[in-house]
Design a protein around this ligand. Structure first.
Ligand SMILES: [Zn+2]
Ligand SMILES: [Zn+2]
Length: 355
């Protein structure tokens, strides 16, 4: 009994000592130093080996505010060559948190100029530059890309000058900082896109009126492929262009759930929100239609992204999927950090989550 008493007293003293240490500033500084030493030793995240094609979802959200999803963004890694498709709000923060080597991004593809897809173009410019990008960063997009790039160049010019002045030209040369607009035109010119070394990129004209033109993109790398829809209403042209693709990353909006939000906002006397809710379904694709498109295309895996409305829990997610299982079984709801890896010469799609 006495032994037990002493043991309990000893345990209490130990707990108190730990608590005191945790709240002691000197101990906290020491702990921070140890943590810094460990954190500074981080390694870059490898997205693909030389014979692999990978898709990383860097933003699975939409313009609607969502605490768990950045705005639209995908990163395609063809071996060591990285390409970014759209630059939604919060996507660069995701990539940095996941320790993706941003200097490897050799091109950015903009599907169309809705603000949710271009919001972080300035940050893409800045963060790839700071990470050690060695030359101008091409930004491929529809007619109008020059105007968009000029705007970001203008907005970030002062920031560039401050950083070069502060850190020196050897570290941050202003010569390599700029974005370089590359127009793919009204119908999509494959010739201006990066090709070769087993890589082939094809633009796909999609339907997002009044946003004309709007594009999706298909990346073929060796014998594997990923097709990205961009924003589109149901498009048979996309189904054709995505034929036999390994992964179809398709946008999705549930007209039923958005219709409920429209009614709810009407009842709550929010006519502006109700009007937007009534307008948006006609230029997006329902989850059921996306599943049909994936079947038409004979896509190996369908990943739904650009999710509207916001799906805060499992109940909303299951409601979003209503009717999809009647069409197709293997449908994946994208989350930020989803990484799909496709080795050459196989049918395999490996999946893991970055955090
Ligand atoms: Zn759009
Ligand atoms: Zn969008």
């Amino acid at each position: 009994m006495a032994k037990l008493k002493y043991a309990l007293a000893g345990g209490t003293i130990l707990v108190l000592a730990i608590v005191a240490a945790v709240f002691n500033p000197t101990a906290n500084v020491w702990l921070f130093r140890q943590a810094s030493l460990q954190a500074a030793g981080w390694k870059d995240t490898e997205l693909a080996k030389p014979n692999e094609l990978s898709l990383l979802v860097c933003g699975s959200g939409s313009p609607l505010p969502d605490p768990t999803r950045a705005g639209p963004c995908a990163l395609v890694a063809a071996g060591d060559r990285y390409f970014l498709i759209d630059a939604g709000l919060g996507s660069m923060r995701n990539l940095r948190m996941w320790r993706v080597p941003l200097e490897k991004i050799e091109g950015v593809f903009i599907t169309h100029f809705h603000s949710d897809h271009i919001a972080e173009l300035g940050e893409v410019r800045l963060q790839t530059w700071i990470s050690g990008r060695k030359s101008h960063l091409p930004v491929y997009g529809p007619t109008g890309i020059q105007q968009v790039v000029d705007g970001f160049e203008n907005a970030y010019a002062l920031d560039t000058s401050y950083r070069t002045a502060h850190h020196g030209e050897a570290l941050l040369s202003p010569d390599v900082a700029p974005l370089l607009a590359v127009e793919i035109g009204e119908t999509g010119s494959e010739a201006v896109l990066p090709q070769g070394g087993g890589l082939r990129v094809k633009p796909i004209l999609v339907e997002h009126h009044p946003v004309d033109p709007a594009f999706g993109f298909r990346f073929n790398f060796m014998d594997r492929s990923v097709t990205i829809s961009g924003d589109t209403a149901r498009s048979d042209h996309l189904a054709e262009a995505a034929k036999n693709t390994d992964i179809l990353l398709h946008e999705a909006l549930s007209p039923e759930l958005v219709g409920m939000l429209e009614k709810a906002t009407e009842v709550s006397n929010r006519p502006r929100v109700a009007k937007v809710m009534s307008d948006i379904p006609d230029y997006h694709t329902s989850p059921v239609a996306a599943a049909e498109i994936a079947n038409e295309a004979n896509a190996r895996l369908l990943v739904l992204t650009h999710l509207v409305p916001v799906l805060p829990n499992g109940i909303a997610e299951r409601a979003f999927f209503y009717g999809v299982s009647d069409i197709r079984d293997d449908v994946h709801l994208a989350r930020d950090g989803d990484l799909f890896v496709m080795p050459e010469g196989t049918d395999t799609i490996r999946h893991r989550e970055l955090d």
